[in-house]
Every structure is written in structure tokens, then in C-alpha cells.
Design a protein around this ligand. Structure first.
Ligand code: ZN
Length: 189
């Protein structure tokens, strides 16, 4: 089972002052790629997520690039399903590369981290426009997804309740602490 210890052991849990992809600021950053750089851990996480998503009987897994690629692929592998990804094109998510979804086909969206659900909602809309029917969303980590953030059920392997604030309410900004770039920071170990 994936636990917080896996994140700590792989340097995937960073502390500092970060701007999350949601735009919120936080003192904790999850760099899931550091966990997923270990194929055995990625495979185990995908298997676990596959078990929790099986009840929704998806026939296709779709992830947003780049963050969702590895975990989406591993989840699809565990379920024996095809894996597609959506990527940003002129700011909006699109299914490119000839990816197609059959009309009404049940789809599960898989991400690394769910925070506000904004990008997941965009991918759900993209899939629905392509003719699919999104039945659930899954992620490795739930970073405080609001209960009504998604129009479908969601499942996460790990819930991490760490503070995140809009920039204007960020106590670190107020204290004048410089923003960290996660890629350049040493992990907390
Ligand atoms: Zn801040």
C-alpha cells in the first residue's frame, strides 16, 4: 500500500514556499514524479488505484499530460484497459494523436494529485465532448479536493491535509518568503 512514507523515502514530499499548479500557495509540495521514478512503486500505486476504480467499470483510462501519464498508464495496465492522454493545445485540453473514444464508453480519469479539481473538470469536459462518459476520477493523492469539486465520484490512495492558500492570503508571502522552485530544492528526508 502506498503511504506517506513512500513519499518521504523517495524525496517526493518537499517543504518550503510553493505555488501549486492550481495557483494556490502552500508550504508543502508533492513531487509525485519522484515517487513514480521507481517503476515498482508506480506499478504498485497503479494496481491499488485500479482496485479502487474497478467498481465503476471503466473501459478506458484517460490522464492529463504530463502529471497523470505514468500513474494513468500503470492503472490502465492493471485493469487491462487502453490508456489515452489529454494534452494542452492553445491552453485547452485536447485528445490528439488520433486518440478516439467510442460513443458512451465509460472512462475513468486518473491523475497524480487532485487539489482543486480544476484540471480534472477540464479533462472530463474534453472526454465528454469526444463522446465518452466519465464515470469516476482517481488519483494517488487527494490534497483537499472539495466534496463538490467534480461531477463524478473520486477515489484517492492517500489524503494529505496540508494548508494551501490563495496568494493574497498566503502567510509566507506576507512574511516576504521567496517562492521555491520545486525542481531546484533538496527534498526533505
Ligand atoms: Zn505565498
Amino acid at each position: 500500500m502506498i503511504t506517506l512514507k513512500d513519499f518521504e523515502d523517495t524525496g517526493a514530499l518537499l517543504t518550503g514556499h510553493f505555488r501549486l499548479s492550481s495557483g494556490l500557495h502552500s508550504d508543502t509540495y508533492l513531487q509525485c514524479a519522484r515517487l513514480l521514478q521507481w517503476p515498482a512503486r508506480a506499478e504498485a500505486a497503479g494496481r491499488e488505484l485500479a482496485e479502487t476504480l474497478a467498481e465503476f467499470a471503466p473501459r478506458v483510462i484517460v490522464s492529463p499530460a504530463l502529471g497523470g501519464l505514468i500513474i494513468g498508464h500503470e492503472t490502465a495496465r492493471a485493469l487491462g484497459l487502453p490508456f489515452l492522454f489529454a494534452e494542452r493545445q492553445d491552453g485547452a485540453f485536447a485528445l490528439r494523436r488520433g486518440f478516439a473514444i467510442a460513443a458512451g464508453e465509460p472512462v475513468a480519469i486518473v491523475e497524480d494529485v487532485l487539489t482543486t479539481g480544476k484540471s480534472t473538470r477540464e479533462v472530463i469536459e474534453t472526454v465528454n465532448r469526444a463522446g465518452g462518459r466519465v464515470v469516476a476520477a482517481g488519483s494517488i493523492v487527494d490534497r483537499g479536493l472539495p466534496a463538490d469539486a467534480l461531477p463524478v465520484s473520486s477515489r484517492s490512495l492517500l489524503t494529505l491535509s496540508v494548508p494551501a492558500w490563495p496568494e493574497e492570503q498566503c502567510p509566507l508571502c506576507r512574511r516576504g518568503v521567496a517562492l521555491d522552485t520545486p525542481g531546484s530544492r533538496h527534498p526533505r528526508t
